[in-house]
Design a protein around this ligand. Structure first.
Ligand SMILES: NC(=O)C1=CN([C@@H]2O[C@H](COP(=O)(O)OP(=O)(O)OC[C@H]3O[C@@H](n4cnc5c(N)ncnc54)[C@H](OP(=O)(O)O)[C@@H]3O)[C@@H](O)[C@H]2O)C=CC1
Ligand SMILES: O=C1OC[C@@H](O)[C@H](O)[C@H]1O
Length: 342
């Protein structure tokens, strides 16, 4: 699913683009599947990628500058390590790995090999997100931020999915937390903290999860408490059947007003409205090409061109910090993966 969305977006013509992306090759578990992927999503693009019936052949392809990994969470560590071993730069889907330990292994390998690696937390790259962060943290349009609420819900009844589904099998990193809770956490962190890496103190986190058979979380709730500032995040995810959703998925409160953020899902925000105490509300709307995957892809291209090994919007330290919070939530809630050492 995600590889389809990503490739479709990269192929959208953008005359004013900061980068032009060439899909040099496609790696799949079978040649036939790879061919079908190209036929379905790339046939009218004019690009003719090489198609391989394995991932290893992509890593060995000398024409490939950067490998995009769009497999289920449990394969990220292996896929990243294999690509890195061949000296490839990597953009790997969220959640970066199953555990912090796995993430540390991947990033150590990248450091040793001197390659670029980034977790594809694409929402952080949206112009909407950049504008909102600047309004909140630089212009302080709502004064001092005090609380952030964010909920990501999807109507998926995990209990009814086939046992092989990546959302149902704990060995594949099942559950709501790594799939969608990670976005609520991202909204919390980005709106409660200033520039990435500049937060004075990590938040205290308390959390709870609703589990079904196999220890799979169908709903997770996290409370972030920044004790030095008193700021709080109330961040939730659910896959409850029948969830209808509300386009307003986040509310950010400050001492002088509030902001409501809207979109199809929290991963794809479309607009936000700022209400300052006693003043008229102002809505900020943002158009984007396709779903908006070009923003993270352009950022990676510019990093590679400049010889950077990390991206400043999603640096390695941020990936580790997020993974640690996710580990903690699962350990407290009981959503255990077979790779966990607890
Ligand atoms: N940024 C975003 O908005 C989104 C991000 N994601 C993230 O993308 C990743 C993949 O999600 P999604 O696309 O839904 O995943 P899928 O279940 O659709 O799997 C993606 C591909 O991974 C390979 N794969 C799947 N299952 C297995 C398996 N059991 N063993 C080996 N290979 C397998 C297959 O590729 P093949 O057989 O061709 O090799 C498959 O087509 C996850 O990390 C998810 O969190 C997902 C959706 C949206
Ligand atoms: O990353 C994601 O965002 C959108 C959701 O539909 C999807 O399940 C998830 O993986």
């Amino acid at each position: 699913m995600i590889s389809e969305w990503f490739v479709i977006d990269l192929l959208i013509p953008r005359p004013d683009a900061k980068a032009h992306h060439i899909i040099q090759s496609i790696g799949s578990s079978s040649l036939d599947k790879g061919q079908k992927f190209v036929n379905s999503y790339m046939s009218s693009s004019g690009q003719k990628p090489k198609i391989y019936g394995s991932y290893e052949e992509v890593y060995k392809d000398s024409e490939v500058d950067v490998v995009y990994i769009g497999t289920p969470h449990a394969f990220h560590k292996r896929n990243c390590l294999d690509a890195i071993a061949r000296g490839k730069n990597v953009l790997c889907e969220k959640a970066f790995t199953l555990t912090t330990k796995e993430a540390q292994e991947v990033l150590s390998a990248a450091k040793e090999k001197g390659v670029f690696v980034m977790e594809a937390m694409w929402t952080r790259f949206f112009p909407l997100m950049k504008k909102l962060q600047s309004l909140l943290h630089e212009e302080k349009v709502i004064g001092d931020v005090t609380r952030v609420f964010c909920d990501f819900g999807l109507d998926i009844d995990i209990t009814k999915l086939p046992k092989e589904s990546r959302l149902k099998d704990p060995a594949l990193g099942a559950g709501s937390l790594l799939d969608i809770g990670i976005y609520s956490l991202t909204w919390g962190i980005t709106c409660l903290e200033g520039k990435v890496g500049e937060q004075a103190q990590d938040p205290e986190v308390v959390s709870t999860q609703t589990l079904v058979e196999g220890g799979v979380d169908v709903a997770s709730a996290m409370l972030l408490n920044y004790k030095h500032t008193g700021r709080q995040g109330i961040l939730t995810s659910t896959t409850a059947p029948g969830f209808t959703g509300d386009p307003f998925f986040a509310r950010i409160e400050g001492t002088k007003g509030f902001v409501k953020v809207e979109g199809e899902t929290p991963s794809m925000p479309e607009s936000f409205t700022v209400t300052r105490n006693g003043a008229e509300s102002k809505k900020y709307g943002f158009d984007k090409p396709g779903r908006g995957f070009c923003y993270e892809a352009d950022a990676v291209a510019l990093d590679l061109q400049a010889g950077r090994k990390e991206n400043e919007t999603m640096p390695w330290s941020e990936t580790i910090r997020v993974m640690k919070i996710l580990d903690g939530v699962r350990k407290r809630g009981g959503a255990r993966f077979p790779v966990d050492d607890w």
